[in-house]
Design a binder for this molecule. Structure first.
Ligand SMILES: [Zn+2]
Length: 248
């Protein structure tokens, strides 16, 4: 299997025309995996990163990776909502399949919509970062809201020495984005970048250097503006081509 680990240098936009974050392994999707993958290929996406949020969803993303080798890639971790769950499965899976995961996560901090205490979330995030550093894998980070938790996040990254970080579904402004880009981190933009109220996110997207840029759907969440209320799908990423061309 070809080993993809999110390259640090990017030659052109086509290279990053893939879904850096989707959950097509979730049970409640209204379309089959085969159909989703086929339509993603037809839309020109070069790969799909299927992100784990706990042990069970990680195993399912691994199955999908085996079903579509070289196209679907798996990550492993406990989402901040699952920060009270054990990280042992992560170490066990990395031990068993050292080559099979392209990133650790999603992990992170959510002080907005999470019942778990800050301390529990920080501890879980810290553990994920230590593992990412040890196995030289990028770490996929969920932060909400940025202004509440970015300082705690940067402090954990500094303590654990993580150099490869992906800020999934970036929802802050150009000022915060620049702080992340300066450290070589990547920001991943979702389709909510184009909602009319999100001009600050759009500004960050339009100024993002290629080496720091990723795009994603976060399927089944966050559909494009004209599909709100419906399930998102990786093939909706073609909207990015339009905005990219409009902004150039
Ligand atoms: Zn996610």
């Amino acid at each position: 299997m070809d080993i993809f680990r999110f390259n640090s240098k990017v030659k052109n936009f086509e290279e990053i025309f893939f879904d850096s974050h989707c959950h097509i392994q979730f049970d409640d999707l209204d379309e089959s995996i085969d159909s989703i993958v086929l339509k993603a290929q037809q839309a020109g996406l070069n790969k799909l990163v299927v992100v784990g949020i706990d042990n069970e969803s990680t195993l399912k993303s691994l199955d999908i990776q085996e079903q579509f080798p070289g196209y679907c890639y798996s990550t492993l971790g406990n989402h901040p909502y699952n920060a009270d769950k054990d990280c042992k499965f992560i170490l066990d899976l990395l031990d068993k399949y050292p080559e099979n995961f392209c990133a650790i996560g999603e992990t992170g901090l959510d002080y907005f919509k999470n019942n778990l205490k800050k301390e529990i979330q920080i501890e879980s995030f810290y553990n994920h970062c230590e593992i990412a550093k040890r196995f030289d894998l990028p770490v996929i980070i969920h932060l909400r809201e940025y202004k509440d938790c970015i300082e705690d996040c940067l402090s954990v990254l500094k303590q654990t020495g993580v150099e490869k970080a992906i800020f999934h579904c970036f929802t802050s402004d150009l000022q915060d984005a620049k702080r992340l880009w300066e450290k070589g981190y990547k920001t991943s933009f979702a389709l909510l970048t184009f909602y009319p109220k999100n001009k600050h996110i759009l500004e960050a997207f339009q100024n993002c250097p290629l080496d720091n840029l990723l795009i994603e759907t976060d399927t089944p969440y966050l559909p494009p503006q004209n599909m709100r209320g419906k399930q998102n799908k990786p093939y909706f990423l073609k909207d990015f081509l339009m905005f990219r061309h409009n902004s150039n």
